[in-house]
Design a protein around this ligand. Structure first.
Ligand code: FBP
Length: 333
């Protein structure tokens, strides 16, 4: 049997911790941001174990609860939420988090800490029972109120352009971490042999156009007319439709190869399905750093002032050329 670990050459590329420290020094990134990203990056072994446990014990059944937007929660959603709450609390840099799996803000132990985190602990959770890709999305914001003032939900309602960093972890054929600060976007691949992330995709730039689009075709007849026209245009171009059921996985493909992800309003969900704070703002912050665009069809996602924590918005994100074509159609509709 071929042993892949024997005689392995140590990685030439920097590991996550080392790279974060270099970026910190080169771009004056606060040490707290480094600590928070490193805390989130401890999830691979937990997530691998929790998913495997869920499958082995056939516990993939939804627990008897719903999240704030009415989606049935999987046990794994809550396990992941709890894992990240503990990991972020240990940094002593985060005073509270908001999560897709919690109705309101979750205060942490260090109430005077300088940062707040918004997150979707487990994106694509419906993929778990069928062993499809899943992800974690996170955003880091500076707290706006003085440290001694108790935090309120309204303190989380700020436009996505207030983020200081954002990223995701994709649990798929391999586990990858992609994060953005206001400088650049970098991708790392998890190496289970050393339980660490290795820099594999430095300074990512999204291609201007792509050959794939991601949309749930099943709802096509319910989508606005300009979306139906755009899909017809994509089909005339013989673009391929690739839709994994996990936003993070579809976005990651487009980040590297170009493409667009579309979740328009439908009759059932007149504001779309995706959550502005937990999902859209995260990826919009990343995409704008890499040359792509993110819109709700009327305005850039990062400029939207949230009205509530679990607000949903129509979400169009991806390669600049493709989103501009879509927006041209929506403006003429
Ligand atoms: P969750 O965060 O609850 O998983 O919801 C988001 C999501 O699963 C996306 O990852 C995915 O692209 C979309 O919903 C799938 O929705 P639909 O099944 O309606 O197409």
């Amino acid at each position: 049997m071929i042993s892949v670990t024997q005689d392995r050459i140590p990685h030439q590329a920097p590991l996550l911790g080392q790279f974060l420290q270099e970026e910190q020094a080169n771009y004056n990134i606060p040490t707290a941001i480094t600590a928070i990203i490193q805390a989130l990056a401890t999830s691979p072994s937990f997530m691998q174990h929790a998913v495997m446990q869920t499958m082995l014990e056939k516990e993939g059944k939804p627990v008897d609860s719903f999240n704030a937007t009415g989606d049935k929660q999987q046990k794994l959603d809550l396990l992941a939420h709890d894992f990240f709450v503990k990991a972020l609390d240990k940094t002593q840099e985060v005073c509270a988090i908001v999560s897709e799996e919690a109705d309101s803000l979750v205060p942490l132990t260090h109430s005077k800490a300088p940062y707040i985190v918004a997150m979707d602990p487990l994106d694509g959770s419906a993929n778990v029972p069928t062993n499809g890709p899943i992800g974690t999305l996170f955003s880091i914001y500076p707290r706006r109120t003085a440290s001694e003032v108790p935090l309120q939900e309204v303190d989380f309602l700020m436009p996505g352009n207030q983020q200081v960093a954002a990223g995701y972890i994709l649990y798929s054929t391999v586990i990858m971490l992609v994060y953005a600060t206001s400088h650049r976007v970098h991708g790392f691949t998890y190496d289970p042999d050393i339980n660490d992330f290795v820099l594999t995709h430095p300074s990512i730039h999204m291609p201007e156009n792509g050959l794939t689009y991601a949309i749930n075709h099943g709802y096509l007849n319910n989508f606005p007319h300009y979306i139906q026209s755009y899909i017809a245009y994509c089909r005339r171009q013989e673009l391929s439709c690739r839709y994994t059921g996990a936003l993070v996985a579809d976005f990651h493909r487009h980040l590297l190869e170009g493409g667009v992800y579309l979740y328009p309003p439908t009759l059932k969900r007149p504001n779309g399905k995706l959550r502005l704070i937990f999902e859209c703002n995260v990826l919009a912050f990343i995409v704008e750093q890499t040359g792509g665009l993110a819109s709700d069809g009327k305005q850039p996602i990062l400029q939207i002032m949230p009205r509530s924590l679990h607000q949903c918005v129509p979400f169009y994100i991806g390669s600049r050329g493709m989103i501009q074509s879509l927006l041209a159609l929506s403006n003429n509709s």
